[in-house]
Design a protein around this ligand. Structure first.
Ligand SMILES: NC(=O)c1ccc[n+]([C@@H]2O[C@H](COP(=O)([O-])OP(=O)(O)OC[C@H]3O[C@@H](n4cnc5c(N)ncnc54)[C@H](O)[C@@H]3O)[C@@H](O)[C@H]2O)c1
Ligand SMILES: [Zn+2]
Ligand SMILES: [Zn+2]
Length: 382
């Protein structure tokens, strides 16, 4: 089969690979109809995720048709058109029983820190992902769900991660009616978080980024008030000024460890590798919420210490909430919002690349060329 393959930092290509096989009685093999590239894939592409092995296929956002099932699979059948959450999870461990699918204890030898994610390095379990013609889906009775007849394919693929994660980011903010919510990052996750904040009762939604075309999208799709941090000497002072000098009630970090905005953090993190990433957006979130406010972190961070303003968070009495998204838990409510037209995930999509052009797709998305916000990947005909 044809599959995206990682060759090293900034080097990906499409190769011929042996097709995946059923390895366990509860596996399924899915023929991918549509996949996406996530901002998280850029961390892999940039070589920042430990144990990302040459030969790995990325891709944790995908939908497709079940082509084969193992002997114990009962809930999906060959021919079913399914959407697959990015989490690989068992459905029955201590964590899964509590809905913490992202923290499943049975799918990853490194499970004390992180669960399983398709196509996300051996740190996250070593599963090959869906930027390919075929993908192995473990625990096929647990994760995949049939795509409802009325649902658009592009909406479905975005619900397997980006939009579910944005919604989760807003949820972790514990928004109450009238809250001022500031979202850092106007990528797919931040845009979805800003839209979701309104659905949860926010009274004001502010989005911060430095890419003007993405801020324009935040105004258009999420009706947000936007600020370009590159145009202001100190974005935290600005945010205080526009929030009665108290600060926002809720801040959502939808940026993660590759944040821009501080040369010092960039040099110590990206260049000298003294930190596990740049905590600029996280520190801005901590600084720009009011005392007693909530910081929700869905941006991705590596395992190691970074110069986070933890003392300030303590002294301000903040609530910090964070996790990978438990995607399937969000679906019942998100399906309603999509069906009723409150959310149209496909509006975030800007590019559609054939799988064969995967190198170009990663380059355009990573370098933020051509107004790229969310690229989809379309495998060729079988
Ligand atoms: N927790 C989860 O389950 C989960 C799921 C999906 C993605 N993620 C993570 O969420 C983050 C966002 O994902 P995405 O797909 O939207 O990525 P993206 O790379 O498309 O968007 C990130 C945005 O942040 C902006 N940015 C950079 N520095 C900033 C700063 N200091 N302040 C404000 N904005 C800044 C960038 O210009 C960019 O527009 C990534 O770290 C990704 O790994 C987490
Ligand atoms: Zn993702
Ligand atoms: Zn589990």
């Amino acid at each position: 089969m044809r599959a995206m393959v990682y060759r090293g930092p900034y080097r990906v290509r499409v190769e011929e690979k042996p097709p995946p096989r059923i390895e366990h009685p509860n596996d399924a093999i899915v023929r991918v109809e549509l996949a996406a590239i996530c901002g998280s894939d850029l961390h892999l592409y940039h070589g920042l995720m430990p144990d990302t092995r040459v030969g790995t296929t990325f891709g944790h956002e995908f939908i497709g048709v079940v082509e084969q099932v193992g002997p114990s699979v009962e809930r999906v059948q060959v021919g079913d058109r399914v959407m697959v959450p990015f989490n690989v999870y068992c459905g029955s461990c201590y964590y899964c029983a509590r809905g913490l699918y992202a923290n499943c204890h049975n799918v990853n030898p490194n499970a004390t820190a992180v669960g399983g994610i398709y196509g996300y390095s051996h740190t996250c379990g070593g599963y090959d992902g869906g930027q390919a013609e075929l993908v192995r889906v473990p625990f096929a009775d647990v994760g995949p769900a049939p795509i409802p007849d009325w649902m658009d394919a592009e909406d479905a693929v975005l619900l397997t991660d980006a939009v579910a994660t944005g919604y989760f980011g807003a949820q972790l903010g514990d928004i109450v009616e009238g809250d001022v919510v500031v979202v850092f990052g106007a990528g797919p996750v931040g845009l979805a978080a800003a839209q979701s904040a309104w659905l949860m009762g926010a009274g004001r939604v502010i989005v911060v980024d430095h890419l003007e075309y993405r801020l324009a999208k935040a105004r258009e799709l999420a009706h947000a008030e936007t600020y370009n941090f590159a145009e202001h000497r100190d974005v935290v002072v600005l945010l205080k000024r526009v929030t009665d000098h108290l600060g926002a009630d809720v801040a959502i970090d939808a940026v993660g460890a590759e944040a821009d905005g501080s040369l010092l953090q960039h040099v110590t993190a990206a260049k000298l590798k003294l930190q596990g990433g740049s905590p600029v957006a996280l520190n801005w979130a901590i600084d720009s919420v009011r005392k007693g406010g909530t910081v929700s972190v869905v941006g991705a961070y590596g395992p190691i210490f970074s110069a986070v303003k933890f003392g300030d968070a303590v002294n301000k009495g903040l609530t910090l909430r964070m996790n990978q998204c438990h995607v399937k838990r969000q679906w019942p409510r998100l399906f309603e919002h999509v069906r009723n037209g409150y959310l149209r995930p496909r509006d975030i999509v800007t590019h559609r690349f054939p799988l064969e052009d995967i190198a170009e797709a990663y380059h355009v998305f990573s370098a933020k060329l051509d107004g790229c916000i969310k690229p989809l990947v379309v495998p060729g005909p079988a």
